[in-house]
Design a protein around this ligand. Sequence first.
Ligand code: ADP
Ligand code: ADP
Ligand code: ZN
Length: 209
Amino acid sequence: MGPPGAGKGTQAPRLSEHLSAPHVSTGDMLRAEVAASSNLGLKAKTFMDAGDLVPDDVMIGMIVARLQADDASDGIILDGFPRTVAQAVALDEALYNSGGSIDLAVSIDVDRDVLINRLAGRATCKNCKTPYHLTFSPPATAGECDKCDGELDQREDDQPEAVKNRLKVFDKQTAPVLDYYRGRKKLLSIDGAASPDEVFTSLVNAISS
Ligand code: ADP
Ligand code: ADP
Ligand code: ZN
């Protein structure tokens, strides 16, 4: 968990490899629906472009279905879900019904001014979704993914107006989810200001302790 730009999409794939558990990003799932022009994608797009949350019923349905997939049976790493207390409650219920529970919620903490700079330079491979930053971690060849030569893309919702709203939405709707997990003694906070490698080290250390 963490505000837009905190490093969820950078750290979650690394953790996924480290723990051999699938990385499930609701943002990626939604962007795939938008790209496919599915009914769900068409419904979600307006909210996403404005930087608002996609309604809880849509998101809960999406995650409950994803939890039932075979590869989720030994656990998954959720990135970007839950973002509201209603989603957190629904997730607990769905896991309880299948005999599981949340192990840990990890909050990546980063100052606002840093977040804004990160989002302004964020670019992602259209093909393999590898995250880049045009200043902090640019690809070797401009506009081209190091891993697959795919084309790099900047997100519509990383424009300043949408970013402003997304940060507001985080404070209003997602910060209470951190309190939800804190109250259940499941919240771990890590400092996300250091380099991606250093953040990953503190993430792994914090989880194993
Ligand atoms: P989130 O998924 O939480 O919105 P991302 O992982 O996509 O955040 O990171 C946002 C941007 O900041 C990306 O361009 C990414 O390359 C860059 N970034 C991520 N972590 C760091 C870090 N520790 N230091 C500097 N830049 C980072
Ligand atoms: P970021 O990495 O910048 O935090 P994401 O890629 O996780 O952003 O999400 C992009 C957008 O997708 C969000 O601004 C929101 O519109 C939608 N979204 C993603 N996850 C959720 C969720 N759990 N609930 C509601 N909307 C979501
Ligand atoms: Zn790529």
